[in-house]
Design a protein. Structure first.
Length: 121
């Protein structure tokens, strides 16, 4: 269960370049993921209090683009890429699960409609 999502500022350029260059996103995320030292404990602010968290390693099982058809025939594709996972070392939610903080970046692609065709998506 995810406690909340927290965007990771300043990390978007690598994955965005990968989308433009049509390189696999996983390659870029692996590089970004290595920037964080796994198992490192630190304190973050969560709901007006300090929360002790530990960075944990993770492996991607599946990833998909969410696609949205716009009224003008264009398509917008959105993908959320986790960069770092932090697990609370002492706190639990109401269900007894540890709080998990996901640092992420959001990729957005705008695909223009082809001229002369009507898109009926």
């Amino acid at each position: 269960m995810w406690a909340f999502l927290m965007p990771l500022a300043g990390r978007g350029s690598g994955a965005l370049r990968a989308v433009r260059q049509r390189r696999p996103i996983a390659d870029v995320r692996t590089d970004m993921h290595r920037m964080h030292s796994m198992g490192r404990k630190r304190t973050i602010r969560y709901r007006e209090r300090d929360l002790e968290v530990e960075s944990v390693d993770f492996t991607t099982r599946e990833e998909h683009w969410n696609e949205y058809a716009l009224g003008d025939g264009a398509t917008v594709r959105v993908r959320v890429l986790p960069v770092e996972m932090l697990v609370a070392t002492r706190e639990r939610n109401e269900a007894g699960d540890p709080l998990v903080v996901v640092s992420n970046q959001v990729l957005v692609q705008y695909l223009r409609p082809e001229e002369g065709t009507e898109d009926e998506r």
